[in-house]
Design a protein around this ligand. Structure first.
Ligand SMILES: Cc1cc2nc3c(=O)[nH]c(=O)nc-3n(C[C@H](O)[C@H](O)[C@H](O)COP(=O)(O)OP(=O)(O)OC[C@H]3O[C@@H](n4cnc5c(N)ncnc54)[C@H](O)[C@@H]3O)c2cc1C
Length: 574
């Protein structure tokens, strides 16, 4: 009999994801979790079957630009995979963009973002990056609710947050131009007002993802407005001109080409020319950059959800493979060094989840008016930190996941290289690591948000005051003190020196805060369930990500095996 390698079988992603279930049990009221659990259980099964197959098909059948119709007329159609369309239908039915907004009807209220994250965590890794249009649609709803005039708001938000696949719209965001993405102050697109008072846009947008969306938020400079970011205004461009019912695509919106990207290949990302596209101002024609800050909060949170879900998927697949692949006479999962590698990945994935779900919790409270001032300040600092840390960790973990498959991880038709390609965009879009590090510095110096975050961190540690975690709590508290002292030194330091150190500072801050969250969760599990799985995870994260080499010198194979076995439940019968 010839020998063939066995492929990994993705388990039911709800059943196997012990950390997800545990964190939800701590964060959601009992009745609410009981209400949403059947949907999550069904989604966990679908993510490993129907959605997984749709995603694979969407990745195979990539979008195509059809510039002209058969008769030579400019049409600029983008043909997308039917599987991509079905992934849209699924996200609408799941209510991924509805859950944060129909919170009175569902009763989720301030917990809505945590519920959204649970759904996203299961759907995202099997969506072929449909999570990108989901992020932009959610963010557009937020911006329109906060800033649009009533007629525009009422007409469009209901569509963006609909649970009806026939009625639901998606939105894009058209910010980046050739002149800059991180720095939008050089935006060259002009907004021109006609004699009848309506506005049209003229210029080139350099990156427009989900270009088939029904509408998009676009930055443009009203004619005669001042240069720099202060002169920019925000507009909503609709694919179908609402005045005429005619498509603007191929006419006033021309698609120059689709980008040839490293990843996110199932999703069209185009370069566009706006040549008189009809657009509606979002509120008064001013303060465009201020308005998109609310949009960025949401898309950065989505980016972190995508990173966290993708990390769990990478470990899930690597663990599944380690159960079927043998080397030197043992299954990979029984080899101490491989177990050690997988345990490190599993801990990092849980850490990303813990940090992001904390942001979900705080956004939900902010949106429902229950967040304290201190929580809002903490959230302001946490959004850039969470986006940048999870983005970087997602790429590192995806790379490790491919290596865990040996040569198979490098072969396209195993589907594994996708993990790395799709992860690599996470540190780039919605603000690069450096841009977010400087955003943290801005929030710290202009809005003085760090004291609130340090207090918040201390409160998480205070809840973890148990013997089993004493050493970890001590190490995290010491790192917090060092970070506070570093930040206090900024006012006397050279600006260039402070800026040059910001990436390292932001990453250290993210790690320390995450460690505190893991300790808090571990203490809860010990007290409420007499369960030390989360304590193993917290201690390991602190030792590997915070402590010096001395504390981290002696591995513990039994502990690593326990982290893996108890964090990745095997569905019955498998
Ligand atoms: C697949 C994909 C899809 C995208 N989709 C969209 C979309 O739908 N809509 C949209 O508007 N945009 C989109 N983008 C664009 C994306 O948001 C930008 O590429 C990103 O914000 C970075 O901007 P940039 O390309 O101008 O890079 P730059 O700003 O030129 O950055 C280049 C480098 O300089 C660094 N840098 C920049 N400023 C500073 C600073 N002050 N200090 C230190 N370092 C700095 C950055 O960290 C980076 O490493 C997409 C990008 C990709 C890859």
């Amino acid at each position: 009999m010839p020998f063939f390698q066995s492929p990994p079988v993705l388990p039911d992603t709800w059943v196997s994801d012990v950390p997800l279930q545990e964190h939800l049990e701590r964060l959601l009221p009992v009745d609410m979790l009981a209400g949403v659990r059947p949907q999550l259980a069904e989604l966990g099964r679908l993510a490993a079957t129907t959605l997984h197959d749709l995603a694979a098909e969407a990745e195979r059948d990539q979008p195509r630009h059809i510039p002209f119709d058969a008769w030579g007329r400019r049409s600029d159609q983008i043909a997308v995979s039917p599987a991509w369309e079905e992934l849209h239908t699924w996200q609408v039915r799941l209510g991924l963009c509805a859950v944060p907004y129909d919170t009175e009807a569902t009763g989720y209220k301030e917990h809505a973002r945590v519920v959204q994250m649970a759904l996203h965590h299961l759907y995202g890794p099997s969506s072929a990056t449909y999570t990108c249009p989901v992020a932009m649609t959610d963010a557009a709803a937020r911006v329109l609710l906060d800033h649009a005039d009533v007629p525009l708001r009422d007409r469009v938000v209901a569509r963006l947050t609909s649970r009806d696949p026939d009625a639901a719209w998606t939105s894009g965001q058209w910010m980046t131009e050739r002149e800059g993405g991180s720095d939008v102050s050089r935006t060259a697109t002009i907004a021109r007002q006609g004699a009848n008072g309506s506005w049209t846009l003229h210029g080139t947008k350099w990156f427009t993802s989900a270009t088939t969306a029904n509408c998009a938020l676009a930055l443009a400079r009203p004619e005669g407005a001042e240069s720099g970011s202060r002169g920019l205004a925000l507009f909503l461009v609709e694919r179908i001109d609402p005045r005429t019912g005619e498509s603007q695509i191929g006419d006033t919106i021309r698609i120059n080409r689709l980008k040839d990207k490293l990843g996110t290949k199932s999703m069209p990302t185009a370069e566009l020319t706006l040549d008189g596209a009809f657009a509606t101002p979002v509120g008064p024609v001013e303060h465009g950059v201020r308005k998109i800050s609310g949009m960025l909060n949401i898309t950065r949170f989505h980016n972190a959800m995508g990173a966290s879900g993708g990390m769990r998927r990478g470990v899930e697949l690597a663990v599944a493979y380690s159960r079927v692949r043998e080397a030197t006479g043992s299954r990979l999962i029984d080899l101490p060094l491989h177990t050690e590698t997988l345990a490190a990945m599993s801990v990092d994935a849980e850490a990303a989840f813990a940090l992001t779900v904390r942001v979900a919790h705080l956004i939900g409270r902010a949106e429902h008016g229950t967040a304290t001032d201190a929580e809002q300040q903490s959230l302001r600092a946490l959004i850039p930190v969470t986006k940048l840390l999870t983005g970087k960790d997602a790429v590192a973990l995806a790379s490790e996941a491919l290596e865990a498959f040996g040569g198979a991880g490098y072969i396209e038709d195993t589907g594994l290289p996708l993990l790395l390609r799709n992860a690599q965009v996470l540190p780039i879009w919605e603000g690069t690591t450096n841009v977010l590090s400087l955003d943290l510095l801005r929030a710290a110096t202009r809005n003085a948000v760090l004291p609130a975050l340090f207090e918040d961190l201390a409160a998480r540690l205070g809840d973890a005051d148990v013997v089993a975690l004493a050493e970890s709590v001590r190490l995290v508290a010491a790192e917090r003190d060092r970070l506070m002292s570093d930040a206090q030194g900024w006012h006397a330091a050279d600006t260039a020196v402070v800026q040059a150190g910001m990436r390292q500072f932001a990453i250290r801050l993210g790690r320390a805060y995450t460690a505190a969250l893991l300790c808090e969760h571990a203490a809860y599990r010990l007290a409420k369930h007499d369960d030390d799985r989360a304590a193993l995870v917290a201690r390991r994260y602190v030792r590997s990500r915070l402590a010096g080499a001395a504390e981290w010198s002696r591995p513990d194979p039994a502990e690593s095996a326990a982290i893996l076995m108890r964090g990745h439940a095997q569905p019955q019968g498998s």
